[in-house]
Ligand binder design. Structure first.
Ligand SMILES: NC(=O)c1ccc[n+]([C@@H]2O[C@H](COP(=O)([O-])OP(=O)(O)OC[C@H]3O[C@@H](n4cnc5c(N)ncnc54)[C@H](O)[C@@H]3O)[C@@H](O)[C@H]2O)c1
Length: 290
């Protein structure tokens, strides 16, 4: 039997805010495979995730996949706003927001990884945000467009750079999450997110080249539409899910577990020759023209 065993590996998972999104399912998959899992969640969402990890009503969502016994419990959960590279970068007004005490920058997060784990083998980038997601592309302000790029794309570059010293000698694996709206025109995908996903995919290829000099890999999973919290804020997510289910070669909607399974593969030695790749987990929808 072929098995994925990540025992002894340390994984940092960004973008977990609830037990619905892709980040949560990826974190559970990594845990089920034996990795130590550290969540780097947006400072405003840490308390919510901590509640989900404890409350009885969320028990079903905590169960580990693949028949692995037990519930998901991360090895740590830290606040991290990926808009900020270092503590000095954190905007003074953001300091006034609950959860922003201490160094919640990417550098602060990596410092915690180093103190706790000593090093890092896996980094998951599952973060996206635009303050004007409901505005069409041409109606998006410059400020919102640049913030969408900063949080949704540049953060991958910043995370890879900050993680590299911790991944030294470990053949690290980095996986980011993208959407077909970064390759094709999806009119509802506004707020600068189309450009942000296009940038994310190219950033991953270029990062794969530079990180590859040290044996690390960087890949992207381009997921089909799924009604997460972030996607629901776009507005037309249910229609997008139904459209893809009806028009894909495999006529069904994707699940978060589909995305977690492929991400787990990309973090495992089974994918050791794959880097700079964008794998579509979308029931084949990306291949269609009608
Ligand atoms: N749901 C979909 O239809 C879909 C499809 C393709 C790709 N994706 C991508 O999957 C990834 C995860 O999204 P999801 O759909 O699971 O939704 P989600 O809402 O569960 O995840 C988005 C996460 O980004 C975090 N975030 C936003 N700004 C942040 C910041 N400044 N610092 C740190 N974290 C921040 C949020 O707290 C949240 O945890 C995103 O990159 C998204 O674009 C989603």
């Amino acid at each position: 039997m072929v098995a994925i065993d990540l025992t002894g590996k340390h994984a940092l998972v960004t973008g977990v805010a609830d037990d619905v999104g892709f980040g949560w399912h990826i974190a559970k998959a990594l845990k089920a495979a034996g990795a130590k899992v550290y969540l780097a969640s947006h400072p405003r969402t840490v308390a919510m995730v901590e509640r989900i990890l404890k409350r009885a009503t969320s028990l079903e969502g905590r169960l580990l996949p693949y028949g692995t016994p037990g519930e998901f419990l991360p090895d740590a959960i830290w606040p991290c706003d990926v808009e900020f590279d270092t503590e000095e970068d954190i905007l003074p007004e953001r300091r006034l927001v609950k959860g922003y005490d201490g160094d919640v920058s990417i550098a602060g997060c990596m410092k915690r990884v180093k103190e706790t784990a000593g090093g890092l083998d896996i980094v998951i980038h599952s973060v996206a945000f635009s303050p004007e997601i409901q505005n069409g592309h041409l109606d998006t302000s410059r400020k919102a467009y640049l913030q969408a790029m900063s949080i949704s794309s540049y953060s991958l570059v910043a995370l890879v750079r900050a993680a590299m010293p911790l991944m030294e000698g470990r053949h690290g694996a980095v996986v980011g999450l993208s959407y077909l709206g970064g390759e094709r025109v999806m009119p509802f995908y506004g707020g600068g997110m189309a450009a942000a996903k296009a940038a994310l995919q190219q950033d991953a290829r270029v990062a794969a080249f530079f990180a590859g000099q040290q044996g690390h890999r960087v890949n992207i999973v381009s997921a089909g539409p799924y009604a997460s919290r972030a996607a629901s804020s776009i507005g037309a997510i249910d229609a997008a899910v139904q459209h893809v289910a009806e028009h894909s070669p495999l006529k069904q909607p994707i699940t978060a577990q589909d995305v977690a399974d492929t991400t787990l593969f990309l973090c495992s030695p089974l994918s050791r020759a794959i880097t700079g790749e964008v794998i579509h987990v979308d029931m084949g929808y990306h291949a269609m023209a009608v």
